[in-house]
Design a protein around this ligand. Structure first.
Ligand code: FMN
Length: 247
């Protein structure tokens, strides 16, 4: 018999409550539609945040989804530092303003004008932030699978962030990734140890709308590449509609 799916029983169960395996049936039509809907309707959000607080139980569901990401050697190298304090977020906004000024100065002419017109964060508008970090020492010196490609702990942390982003969308919560920040200064501000890497500073909050297309696409910064351009078959560059690496 098909399992009933609700947010509650989709959450991981206590050990012992569940059988060791789950039948590998495809999801029902409605379940599949919901998964793809979360993927296609996920957006990076910087505006239209509502001031409504995000309840702890909703935040816990989203962070639980993040914590269930794949990780190299089951290392689980992430931490999620939740920041609600407006004074702290104001200080982070100050770091953004400094870094963004330096970033804007790298562009010239029309591109510079377009860059300056973009809204690239919602640090103060969103009611909370989550700083996602990667502890590169977690699991000791020999993490299974990581010896060959040491950055796989950082990739693992990005997998957690994507889970968070999709779960948030399913909850009607927008997420904005702010990378225009001096991570050293951010670490000092938030008391993050030097040995721990900041991977993302995320702004979270309920939103009135999700845009159908990425803001940067609408602003004319860049268009989505056709899928055929990024899929190769058997050999690098082969089988795509337009081969070769372009901008
Ligand atoms: C690693 C990473 C860093 C990003 N940093 C920023 C940022 O600093 N400011 C910003 O406005 N968007 C940032 N974004 C969001 C991207 O601009 C956005 O994902 C992209 O334009 C596609 O839009 P979509 O997420 O709505 O599909 C970042 C996204 C990623 C994955």
């Amino acid at each position: 018999m098909r399992r009933e799916v609700s947010v509650r029983n989709a959450l991981p169960q206590e050990p012992g409550e569940s059988e060791a395996t789950i039948r590998a049936e495809a999801f029902s039509e409605a379940e599949r539609a919901a998964v793809y809907r979360a993927i296609f309707e996920r957006r990076d959000v910087r505006r239209h945040f509502l001031p409504d607080p995000v309840p702890e139980e909703v935040l816990t569901r989203i962070l639980t989804a993040a914590h269930h990401a794949g990780s190299v050697g089951f290392m689980q190298p992430w931490n999620f530092l939740v920041v609600r304090d407006p004074a702290t977020r104001r200080a982070v906004k100050g770091l953004f303003e400094q870094a963004n000024e330096a970033a804007a100065a790298r562009y010239r002419g029309q591109r510079a004008a377009l860059y300056r017109s973009l809204k690239l964060e919602g640090i103060e508008e969103a009611p909370l932030s989550v700083c996602v970090t990667c502890n590169r020492q977690r699991g000791g010196r020999h993490v299974l699978g990581r010896a060959t490609v040491p950055e796989t702990d950082l990739y693992s942390t990005c997998c957690a962030i994507q889970n968070l982003w999709l779960a948030a969308r399913a909850e009607g919560i927008g997420v904005g990734w702010v990378s225009i920040l001096d991570h050293g200064a951010l670490k000092r501000l938030l008391g993050i140890p030097r040995s721990v890497r900041v991977v993302a500073y995320l702004c979270l909050g309920y939103v009135s709308t999700f845009a159908r297309r990425p803001d940067l696409e609408t602003a004319g910064w860049r268009a989505r590449l056709p899928l055929e351009r990024v899929v190769y078959r058997e050999r690098w560059g082969a089988g795509g509609a337009a081969n070769g690496e372009g901008a």
